[in-house]
Ligand binder design. Structure first.
Ligand SMILES: NC(=O)c1ccc[n+]([C@@H]2O[C@H](COP(=O)([O-])OP(=O)(O)OC[C@H]3O[C@@H](n4cnc5c(N)ncnc54)[C@H](OP(=O)(O)O)[C@@H]3O)[C@@H](O)[C@H]2O)c1
Length: 257
């Protein structure tokens, strides 16, 4: 913490990992952390999309690298953390953003689909928290930001796996938040409202679903990935030094209504 409040938001000299940083919310957050001064390591499965994201972030003046693989793959997660440590010798911020969903009537949802959502959205998040958390606990400092969802608090039909996974991420965030609180590692969450990305593309294309959402957002617009960057910088930085175990919902007022 410095005496100047605004300096506490800066992330100069820090290394941030953003999983799923090649598109959508993860890209918006990676850009925000980079603008605040952090070196950023993004991950995603598709190298072509990832390289394009790296190029765009470099154009923004951000010190960035990419590692490509499936966050559900044990070897990829170890590689990601090893490469971040080899690059800067430290990991200060972890944003667990990569996530997936399946939208299907629950009585028809295959257990394989259910398992995959839980594997990517919960098991991988816990595994990343463990891998990076060990480094942070050793260093006595660090901030983890888990991307939750409105469905960490409420639900809708046909998203049983997704809502279960995001409820679990909220509880994981609380548990690790209190478990590591006295050892310098903070764990918080961001719960995005309805944000325009590839993930929500099918919703935007469905007039019934879109209409339901539109009528319930007090700010009368869907969010953009950039809308989440400020919260990510806040949670990643010393500006939130007394905050842990919390989820900030960035939702245009949705949950308050
Ligand atoms: N959009 C919303 O309204 C909304 C609302 C609440 C919560 N969220 C959450 O926010 C996060 C990001 O969502 P989004 O809307 O930005 O999604 P998106 O546009 O589909 O982007 C997902 C990102 O994660 C990567 N990714 C997906 N699966 C992966 C895997 N198994 N391993 C590694 N990388 C993977 C994707 O790249 P590749 O495809 O190349 O792997 C991409 O970079 C998710 O956790 C989602 O649940 C989104």
């Amino acid at each position: 913490m410095t005496k100047n409040t605004m300096n506490n938001f800066r992330l100069d000299g820090r290394l941030a990992i953003v999983t799923g940083g090649s598109r959508g919310i993860g890209f918006g957050i990676a850009k925000g952390l980079g603008h605040a001064g952090a070196a950023v390591m993004i991950s995603a499965r598709r190298p072509d999309v990832g390289q394009e994201a790296v190029k765009l972030l470099v154009e923004e003046g951000i010190d960035v690298r990419g590692v490509w693989g499936d966050v559900a793959d044990d070897a990829h997660r170890i590689d990601l953390v090893d490469r971040a440590m080899a690059w800067k010798g430290r990991i200060d911020v972890l944003v667990n953003n990569a996530g997936t969903t399946v939208r299907v009537p629950s009585e028809q949802c295959s257990l394989a689909d259910f398992d995959r959502v839980i594997e990517v959205n919960v098991r991988s998040v816990f595994a990343m928290c463990q891998l990076v958390g060990r480094k942070m606990l050793e260093a006595g400092r660090g901030s983890i930001v888990n991307i939750c969802s409105l469905t960490s608090e409420m639900s809708r039909p046909t998203i049983a796996a997704y809502a279960s996974s995001k409820g679990a991420v909220r509880q994981l965030t609380r548990t690790l938040g209190i478990e590591w609180a006295a050892r310098g590692v903070r764990v918080n969450g961001i719960g995005p409202g309805y944000i325009e990305t590839d993930l929500t593309g099918p919703m935007l294309d469905n007039p019934e679903l879109k209409g339901w959402v539109d009528s319930r957002i007090p700010m009368k617009r869907w969010g953009k990935p950039e809308d989440l960057a400020g919260a990510a910088v806040f949670l990643a930085s010393a500006a939130s030094s007394y905050l842990t175990g919390q989820v900030l919902y960035i939702d245009g007022g949705f949950l308050a209504g």
